[in-house]
Design a protein around this ligand. Sequence first.
Ligand code: AMP
Ligand code: MN
Ligand code: MN
Ligand code: MN
Length: 293
Amino acid sequence: MTEDERIRFELHAHTDASDGLDTARELLDKAREAGIEYLAITDHDTVEGYLAAERHLISDAAGLRGAEDAPANTMARPLQLIPGIEISSQYEGRDVHMLGYYFDPTHEPLLDKLEQARLRRTERSAHMAEALRHDGYPVSVELLDERGMTINRTNIARLLIQGGVVDSIDQAFATLLGDDAKYYVDREDISSIEAIELIISAGGLPVIAHPHLYRVDDLIEPLAEHGLRGVEAYHIEHSAFDAARLAHEAQRSGLLVTGGSDWHGDQLHGASLGASLLPQRYLEEFLAADPRA
Ligand code: AMP
Ligand code: MN
Ligand code: MN
Ligand code: MN
């Protein structure tokens, strides 16, 4: 296959509706510039970024956007959006991030659960921000609001960088915000089984996110018994060896294999948009598994 024939894609990306930096418009433009044909916006707990991107696509197709505002390198093949989500969940006390794809983004029971999850995330992050502010760190809910930043741990880390407290998001998590750090506040998440069932009930495919990064490789098998359909084997923080091993195990269990860069618009995870090393045959199987087709 030549470089031109390769399907370009991004199956794991965040907008500023959750903890990414790009607006939906910016992400769409970057994706087009990178020649991406399939883009799944997988924000934490919200489909607002996806819905905004969908509206932009429709108005672009209708020619409502001035030519001077359009990105220079508009690709011949149009970009397709895949509905996506990343849900934080728990299985026997362990954190599991569950990706969902191809679901109906207007499915009310899903939207209700996502709203509850957003409230829990906002509340816990606000507690963390206030405890940091109390101890003199340049962080507060007001500051997040002022800068138009959604209230979450990643954006608190960005405020700590802007305030000169730490040099990187990783350092902020390692010293102040991580699960073992002083300012960490726990949060109740839905169970992984409930997350799987919710995605399926909305017509989608549940895929476990970065299992090796979260040290939950051993949960793939039990979760598959509850309807898990795929494994994000290829992730920027998985070695090539681990990705290939996970892909092999997933295929053997009849699961789909996916990959994405976990793009957040900045240094987080060190990825660049569309940079996943997921082999094309897995991508093609994933695209062919679209239940809406
Ligand atoms: P939460 O749902 O609060 O666990 O936060 C999830 C998001 O926070 C992840 O998707 C990352 O963007 C970020 N995050 C969590 N842990 C870390 C870490 N150790 N280093 C950097 N970012 C992290
Ligand atoms: Mn994130
Ligand atoms: Mn994640
Ligand atoms: Mn993510």
